[in-house]
Design a protein around this ligand. Sequence first.
Ligand code: NDP
Ligand code: GDR
Length: 332
Amino acid sequence: MQKTALITGITGQDGSYLAEHLLGEGYTVEGVVRAEGSGNRSRIAAIEDRLTLHTADLLDQASMARLIERVKPHEIYHLAAQTFIPTSWAEPIMTAEVTGLATVRILDAIREVNPEIRFYQASSSEVFGQAEHSPQNEKSAFRPRNPYATAKHYAHSITANYRDYHGLFACSGILFNHESPRRNEQFVTRKITRTAAKIRVGQANELRLGNLLARRDWGFAGDYVRSMRLMLQLPEPEDFVIGTGEAHSVGEFVEAAFSYLGLDWKQHVVVDSQFYRPAEVHPLIADPRKAHAVLGWRPQVSFEGLVRMMVDADLAALGEDGQRVRKSLHAA
Ligand code: NDP
Ligand code: GDR
């Protein structure tokens, strides 16, 4: 039977990788886009002719219910959210609506229209926040430290409520940071690789960053979307922690990117207090053993491999100069 998947947030980093993955698995893939969105469909441009896109408002439950009724998906992957933590301080109520409450609207629409639909919630390691212990697993306490994390905490809990009370097949994937050449430039990894590539070809000279000691468990987005589909194929719905189990500092990411390009980062990186977080989270490191054992999921791209992939893509986007540097790195 050919399955139909409906993806919210299909224009984002994960949405685009997930759509490609599901198409490869033989799914019919449909996506929800917003009328007044960024309008940036570049991440799905290569596959857009194989997708059906629908305009709907995530905050309007009736419009979501009508859409679900029309599309008749077997699986819904709810990835749309306001995802940048500093924005969640500037716009906490919008973040609560989009990142938090949209989830219950979709769950309730599923309950009304067809409770057999399987639902994936994009939960986040940010729910652990001020974690007491590292690494974190599915049983670790939630101590969200910012409005984004608090909204994700609500969305995570309401997903479990609809599973336990209404019997829906609803899972949360608690994903740790995952990056790619499609990562938005405001996130630190892409900011580093893009600026380092520009410095290498002489289009920039300086990279301004916040806390170089902040640590994250960074993986490759293309690896992580595979876990989403696997969760929805289980006999019973369960939540999973997804990450590499390995943490690196922002400084280590900088060092890896600059040294790959043959640059000395100390000559270019400026620490700027405007990029510091007042409520930094404690070391967030995944304990993904349950995902290994139950899903058979493991990441394939290493930390070094991820940094190089992102630097290579940023070089390639810089025209002839960038492509020349890229070739020289690969010839070396
Ligand atoms: P992106 O920021 O790349 O994509 C976000 C998506 O949400 C885009 O498609 C965007 O649409 C859409 N969106 C944003 N605001 C709205 C809105 N008001 N109404 C409708 N759609 C909206 O995020 P990622 O792909 O990186 O993340 C996917 C999900 O996974 C998110 O829920 C995120 O919180 C979660 N997550 C991500 C992690 C990561 O490290 N990447 C880690 C843990 C969780 P548009 O293109 O129109 O702006
Ligand atoms: P994060 O990602 O907040 O973990 O959220 P981000 O890349 O923004 O920050 C990671 C760490 O880097 C430090 N940092 C900087 N961050 C940014 N953005 N810019 C800087 O200049 C800079 N300098 C240092 C930050 O302080 C932080 O410690 C991402 C998002 O994808 C969320 O949606 C997701 O839920 C979590 O990952 C898991």
